[in-house]
Design a protein around this ligand. Structure first.
Ligand SMILES: Cc1cc2nc3c(=O)[nH]c(=O)nc-3n(C[C@H](O)[C@H](O)[C@H](O)COP(=O)(O)OP(=O)(O)OC[C@H]3O[C@@H](n4cnc5c(N)ncnc54)[C@H](O)[C@@H]3O)c2cc1C
Length: 493
């Protein structure tokens, strides 16, 4: 069963992702996407999780057919720089978990537990995971055929260009593209949307309306009045500055995102084939726009002097219900958690796929509860980065470390970590490993170096075979090509 007529409002990444997935799942539906060229798209959102690979596979779009068109690069994970001032832990890597990590993650679990309990064993996560080593060596996560383990990866890309790839795919699959502005939404007594009034007076009706209109939430929030639950009490960042910069000749193209802590937030660095994406996500309560831009340009260096900046306001939180009557919110209209782990498009995809699965039963409550659980689970993982930060040099970081507005779930995880408990068992007990795997939680918590001070550690025998782990990872890396070479091969077709 599928809706006969679907109208999607919004032609940002969310709208076109929804159009592509719905056109595939519901070939008999008449799908129309309406977007206002005057309003435009947000145009940031350049990093993904591995879920995006699944999207392109589902749609049957090969990497060679979209990556060069979108200036895309491979992403093996995120390097966190400067979030802790503990010696040996000023930088750590959050890798996407690869197949071969099953051979090392038990050792990592053991060493971080033992170190928290006072054994002097190395517990910096980078040493234990393949993707951290690929990032360090600038290797593309594409194993040779004779290496029987996959590396998990996501992508970096130009958001506008990916939108064009998806638009072309959707239109080829039969989606109607209408350029026009929605001026008003008529709401029926039943609470459903009766129709949309377009500029010029045309009325559009549908069985399902998808609100992909961005932060404003034109249908779900403005027309239907669905309350918005802010996360401002434990996520302070509400602004961003984006300063894209051209690549210098022979500039390195890393295969990871870097998130560098600054005085009132953090800066992203995302390498594309033609330029780098750079942004400072900050709290306007702790720094004003001008001071933030000065601080950010100082980080970027003199090469940023001629690069233009864009200032953005972020609305962080979620709508109370995603699916109300005949309207479903997808993308920024459904909510946003700041971009630290680049999860927004992942959520778009999960929300559209969940809707397609739920459509035959029309189980709105079940769907809304599943989306809320996922958003709040991601929120907790992001909040944890701030709660356990080990910086004391600004009010922002001190306030973040003192946060006590944690969910019960996060409170129990943090307690397990600091009381020498078993974090993996706690995550399994809470049944939240599908949102962030225990390995991700342990990388985050260990990455900040929150262990007893070195002078309180007792000497400990290496019971996990660290030399064997180093060897396994070093030899595994021999099976991967350089990132630059892999991108050049894609571009050549
Ligand atoms: C600073 C920042 C960094 C981010 N980084 C990441 C990241 O690294 N990874 C990630 O996954 N996500 C990231 N995101 C989120 C990501 O940008 C969005 O999830 C993604 O771009 C989808 O946006 P959207 O399509 O919901 O909204 P938008 O791009 O804002 O699109 C809204 C669409 O609605 C249309 N519209 C609005 N009103 C009307 C109207 N009245 N009539 C007709 N059309 C209308 C507009 O024309 C536009 O086409 C980031 C977001 C921010 C703010």
């Amino acid at each position: 069963m599928s809706p006969a007529r679907v109208v999607i409002v919004g032609g940002g990444t969310a709208g076109w992702m929804a159009a592509c997935l719905m056109a595939k799942a519901w070939p008999a539906s008449e799908i129309t996407l309406i977007e206002s060229p005057d309003i435009g798209i947000i145009g940031v959102g350049e990093g993904s999780t591995p879920q995006l690979r699944h999207l392109f596979r589902t749609l049957g779009i090969a990497e060679a057919d979209w990556m060069p068109r979108a200036d895309a690069t491979y992403k093996t994970g995120i390097a966190f720089d400067g979030w802790s001032d503990r010696p040996g832990y000023t930088r750590y890597f959050h890798p996407f978990a690869s197949d071969i990590d099953v051979h090392t993650q038990g050792a990592f679990h053991f060493t971080n537990l033992a170190r928290r309990r006072g054994d002097d064993l190395p517990a910096q996560p980078d040493r234990f995971f393949l993707n951290a080593a690929l990032a360090e060596r600038r290797l593309a996560p594409l194993p040779a055929d004779n290496f029987p383990f996959d590396a998990t990866y996501g992508y970096h890309f130009d958001a506008t260009l990916v939108g064009i790839v998806l638009r072309d795919h959707a239109v080829a699959a039969g989606v109607r593209h209408v350029a026009g502005r929605v001026m008003d939404a008529a709401v029926a007594e039943t609470g459903d949307i009766a129709g949309l009034l377009l500029e010029g007076g045309r009325m559009v009706t549908a069985d399902l309306f998808v609100d992909a209109s961005g932060f404003r939430g034109l249908l779900i929030q403005e027309a239907l009045g669905t309350p918005f639950r802010s996360f401002a009490d434990n996520l302070f960042n509400d602004r961003a500055i984006a300063i894209p910069m051209p690549l210098a000749e022979d500039e390195d193209i890393p295969c990871h995102t870097t998130a560098t802590a600054l005085s009132a937030g953090w800066a992203w660095h995302i390498p594309l084939t033609s330029r780098s994406g750079n942004g400072y996500v900050y709290s306007s309560r702790h720094i004003d726009q001008d001071a933030a831009e000065v601080e950010f340009r100082t980080l970027l260096g003199p090469a940023s002097d001629r690069a233009l900046s864009r200032h953005l306001t972020m609305k962080v939180g979620r709508v109370e219900r995603n699916w109300v009557g005949n309207c479903v919110a997808i993308g920024l209209s459904q909510g946003f958690i700041e971009p630290l782990e680049a999860t927004a498009l992942h959520l778009v995809q999960a929300s559209v796929e969940g809707l397609i699965r739920a459509w035959p039963t029309q189980d709105r409550d079940g769907y809304n509860a599943a989306i809320a659980r996922r958003i709040e689970g991601i929120r907790d993982y992001i909040v944890c980065h701030y709660r356990v930060n080990q910086r004391t040099d600004s009010a922002y970081w001190r306030e973040a470390a003192a946060l006590d507005t944690l969910s019960d779930s996060l409170r129990r995880i943090v307690h397990a970590w600091f009381s020498g408990g078993d974090v993996v068992a706690e995550i399994e007990r809470q049944d939240i490993a599908d949102i962030y795997a225990p390995m991700s939680w342990e990388c985050l918590l260990a990455g900040y170096g929150t262990f007893p001070p070195d002078d309180r550690l007792r000497p400990a025998e290496d019971r996990v075979g660290l030399a064997r782990i180093d060897d396994l990872i070093a030899r595994s890396c021999l099976n991967f090509p350089s990132h630059r070479a892999a991108l050049a091969a894609l571009a050549e077709g």
